[in-house]
Design a binder for this molecule. Sequence first.
Ligand code: FMN
Length: 202
Amino acid sequence: MPSTELVAASTLGVKSLEECLRTRRSCHDFGWDPLTGDELLGLCWAGQGITGPGGQRTAPSAGGVHPLELYVVTAAGILHYEAEANRLESVGRGDRRPALCTAAQSQDVIGLAAATVVIVAVEGRMDPRYGARSRHYELVETGHVAQNVLLAATAMGICATPVGALDDAAVRDVLDLPANHTPLYLVAVGHHTDRPHIAGSR
Ligand SMILES: Cc1cc2nc3c(=O)[nH]c(=O)nc-3n(C[C@H](O)[C@H](O)[C@H](O)COP(=O)(O)O)c2cc1C
């Protein structure tokens, strides 16, 4: 088993799939303390982790093309999920969460979250194979990825809410992404308010 799976498995907890399916709820009661690097990595692994010898991932992808990338906006900066290495790579410094909140219709759920996972489609990856059908598949795959992240959050006792009300271009600007990267969906994440805080941090 690749080491990436060992890292994630130890983070994702021991709740059954049935329990996660029963108890998943969109949740807005974010506490103040930040998620750990392992928690953020576990969420991203659940969404896009590589689990097969042919590069297959936790979420299915039409033709195995994998057109999606995951970014995480935290208080410290912006991280990119490097699936091959199962690593979160810093791609930007500074707290871009307020700007992300503005780009998502100023919703409190983004403003109050410790972090937000941004699911992005890279235009051009699907097109050579699927042409006009590409966007359809990208959106379907975004749903697969988001549900994996939401169930992983539930397994880890993390509060999470999917957010579709966003200005694609504004989110692209917030993350300073190239023009062919289209943000499609957000998952706001954080600890529940009833979890003990780490004093003074966010
Ligand atoms: C496609 C989609 C878009 C959503 N967009 C938002 C959103 O912009 N803001 C928000 O607070 N919740 C959003 N939600 C979460 C829904 O409000 C939530 O799923 C719904 O109230 C049902 O609650 P549950 O997730 O706890 O079952 C979205 C959910 C989906 C599936």
